[in-house]
Design a protein around this ligand. Structure first.
Ligand code: NDP
Length: 228
């Protein structure tokens, strides 16, 4: 059970992040879920309350340095040390490499990699003082190998998370902080739908997934909860 734990889940408005927030809450954690808009934060507060989970939604664009620092300071005051960080927020900006704009590259690296560094750094001190902590990153099979054409930025960002994980796991182990990364294959979420065609999804499931189906968001929630 995660009763005395304070969990911060980035990108909890929908998809995988929402499922993770709900599962950590079911296991007893107080859950803070982030959204890029006030409407999203209110929706998170709503579904947490409906499930009788302690916590709330907050506005946090993980690419915004000042907002990140301010949000972490506010949360520390209100809830105490964050002892579970789930770096879930992620985006795609797919394009063939020769057409990929710097803006696409920067957006993906900032959201999927740089923010993981910044948030991990931001919660580390509190975890060290508490002598306990769990950092769980949501990467992708694209963080292990190349998955599909047009996703150089995404593949590089997720491979970066693998390196960050390796480094931090060693650096923080003595403080009783574990760092793990979950690498899902296909999960049917709005991100997956916006990045692929129905034909591609059908082909992927048939040819690459032994179970013949996408992973369910709840299954990712359970895996993250185990690691936490
Ligand atoms: P969705 O598009 O369904 O949800 C993305 C979430 O990230 C939303 O809550 C969104 O918030 C948030 N987000 C996006 N940009 C920012 C930002 N700048 N700051 C803060 N939050 C932000 O994505 P998924 O649930 O599919 O993906 C979640 C994670 O899982 C990602 O890291 C993705 O790479 C990974 N993944 C997904 C797979 C899949 O098949 N779906 C497979 C493998 C990995 P808002 O609603 O406010 O925009």
């Amino acid at each position: 059970m995660l009763n005395d734990k304070i969990a911060l889940v980035t990108g909890a408005t929908r998809g995988i992040g929402r499922a993770i927030a709900l599962e950590l809450g079911r296991q007893g954690a107080t859950v803070i879920g982030t959204a890029t808009t006030q409407d999203g934060a209110d929706r998170i507060s709503g579904f947490l309350a409906e499930a009788e989970i302690k916590g709330k939604g907050v506005v946090l664009n993980v690419t915004d340095v000042a907002q990140t620092d301010a949000a972490l300071a506010d949360l520390a005051k209100e809830f105490g040390a964050i002892t579970i960080l789930v770096n879930n927020a992620g985006i795609t900006r797919d394009n063939l490499t020769m057409r990929m704009g710097d803006d696409e590259w920067d957006a993906v690296i900032d959201t999927n990699l740089k923010a993981v560094f910044r948030l991990s750094r931001g919660v580390m001190r509190g975890m060290m003082k508490a002598r306990k902590g769990r950092i769980v990153n949501i990467s992708s099979t694209a963080g292990i190998r190349m998955t599909f054409f047009g996703s150089l930025d995404y593949t590089v960002s997720k491979h970066g998370v693998a390196g960050l994980n390796q480094h931090l796991a060693w650096e923080l182990a003595d403080s009783n902080i574990t760092v793990n990364t979950v690498c899902p294959g296909g999960v049917q979420t709005p991100l997956m739908e916006s990045a692929t065609t129905p034909e591609y999804r059908e082909m992927t499931v048939k040819r690459l997934v032994p179970l013949g189906r996408f992973t369910k968001i709840e299954e990712i929630g359970e895996m993250v909860s185990f690691l936490a």
